[in-house]
Design a protein around this ligand. Structure first.
Ligand code: GDP
Ligand code: IMO
Ligand code: MG
Length: 427
């Protein structure tokens, strides 16, 4: 049975969780590989809306193994809150396992995230992070001073690491960021001891579980968080997150080799959104942008911030296909574009008098890019449609043009937030 990696092909919030939920029906194992509770993944089933941040979106199907991989940064308070919320709704979480190698988000990471953003905001240079401590936690990982889940179960080692970190972080908060907040290492040690006890039955070596599942022929789904243009290496740096949302990130974040992946599915919206700061060539500042925001309920799942909205950008689409080796695309939220006389697709950028087709590296160059648009006829209400054949010809044309421009087939089309509002295109 195949393994499938599902990633965001734009700036996040493409509807990855909806696709994961749909694919989970036939899967045995669902794995989160990177990011943390900066992610906000929404699944709508039977008039109930579930929002996941760290727990894989496959948990709603009983009996599926749900894994939080080594590449994820785990806020224990956050994941325990999610577990409690699901248990209160009668959902079984005994199949949830978290990696002993994953790094822990600590209280000082969140304080540093806030302090740094506040300082940078004075010059208008803040990134617009989710303030969940994600950047500082990955910084500690790269700097080799991070604390991992396995450390929770070696009390002395854990205490020592917390004490060492608190000393440095308190100094940074006070002397670099001019903050009053200071942390008490002993208090953190005691609090995390409680978390350790509650999480103990969930902690395993997820790399072994994944490898054995694949060897046994089970279907394993890898659930990406964030999106391609938020990738630390390939995104609109520095307006990115601190992990690797592209398919390659799944290999590292789950501890598997690239030969173990069969399908790479990129999730796109029929338009584009972005939360937080940073460049966005096709952003709309007019009534159409407002209309897409309202119709698509484009407000952040984690922070509630209004999402910036713009036309579909095929330059970004091609970039995602190329950098993730996509084999399929799920195109969501086509229903949101209803009742527009014309819809636009960005087919290239005009840059220094030339048309370019590849997404530039430099933000300064990107600022000089003007989108080149192609206009297509719009469509009406489609949220009730369940087969490709029934879709209006204008939607079929839109799908075909996107496939042609980005160089990858579209195999699923979203016409609404619910599980059943997904059209599978057999090709
Ligand atoms: P994720 O982070 O990629 O999982 O996406 P989010 O959950 O943050 O945001 C996607 C939003 O769009 C959620 O509210 C979904 O319920 C909703 N959604 C997903 N697919 C569709 C679709 O095809 N049409 C509509 N109208 N909404 C959708
Ligand atoms: P899902 O998985 C959209 C954005 C933040 C900010 C930047 C850095 O729901 O698609 P961070 O807190 O990660 O340091 O913030 O990344 N961001 C997301 N935007 N969807 C997400 O996740 C995001 N996770 C982070 O808004 O611009
Ligand atoms: Mg989201």
């Amino acid at each position: 049975m195949p393994t499938k990696v599902v990633i965001g092909a734009q700036w996040g919030d493409e509807g990855k969780a909806k696709i994961i939920d749909i694919l989970s029906e036939k899967a045995d194992v669902v794995v989160r590989c990177q990011g943390g509770n900066n992610a906000g993944h929404t699944v709508a089933v039977n008039n109930e809306v579930y929002k996941f941040q760290l727990i894989p979106s496959g948990i709603l199907y009983p009996g599926k193994t749900c894994l939080v991989g080594n590449g994820v940064v785990i806020d224990p308070e956050g994941i325990l809150g999610e577990i409690d919320g699901l248990v209160a709704k009668g959902i079984d979480v005994s199949t949830l396992k978290i990696s002993s190698r994953a790094h822990l988000v600590m209280p000082y990471h969140k304080a540093l995230d806030k302090a740094k953003e506040a300082l940078k905001a004075k010059d208008g240079k803040d990134i617009g992070t989710t303030m969940k401590g994600i950047g500082p936690c990955y910084m500690d990982k790269a700097e080799r001073s991070g604390i991992r889940v396995c450390d929770l179960y070696h009390e002395e080692v854990f205490a020592e690491k917390v004490r060492e970190n608190v000393k440095i972080k308190n100094a940074m908060l006070k002397f670099v960021y001019d903050q009053d907040v200071q942390f008490d290492a002993e208090e953190i040690i005691a609090t995390y001891k409680g978390y350790a006890e509650r999480l103990k039955s969930h902690v395993i070596d997820t790399t072994v579980e994944i490898y054995e599942s694949i060897k046994e022929g089970k279907e394993v789904l890898f659930e990406g968080a964030q999106g391609t243009l938020l990738d630390l290496d390939l995104g609109t740096y520095p307006y990115v997150t601190s992990s690797h949302p592209i398919t390659g990130g799944a290999c590292i974040g789950a501890g598997i080799g690239p030969t173990m992946i069969d399908e790479c599915i990129g999730v796109m919206k029929g338009y584009i959104t972005r939360v937080g700061k940073g460049p966005f060539p096709t952003e709309l500042f007019d009534a159409t942008g407002d209309r897409i925001r309202e119709e698509g309920h484009e407000f952040g799942t984690v922070t509630g911030r209004p999402r910036r909205c713009g036309w579909f950008d095929a330059v970004i689409g091609e970039f995602a296909v190329r950098t993730s080796g996509l084999t399929q695309i799920a195109l969501n939220k086509i229903d949101v574009l209803k009742d527009l006389e014309k819809v636009k697709i960005c087919v290239g950028y005009e840059f220094n008098g030339e048309i370019i087709k590849h997404f530039p590296a430099s933000l300064e160059d990107l600022e000089k890019c003007t989108p080149v648009y192609e206009e297509m006829d719009g469509w009406g209400e489609i949220s009730h449609i369940r087969t490709y054949e029934e879709l209006p010809q204008t939607v079929k044309n839109y799908i075909a043009r996107i496939e042609e421009l980005v160089g990858c087939k579209i195999t699923m089309v979203g016409v609404g937030p619910n599980r059943e509002q997904n059209i599978v295109i057999e090709k």
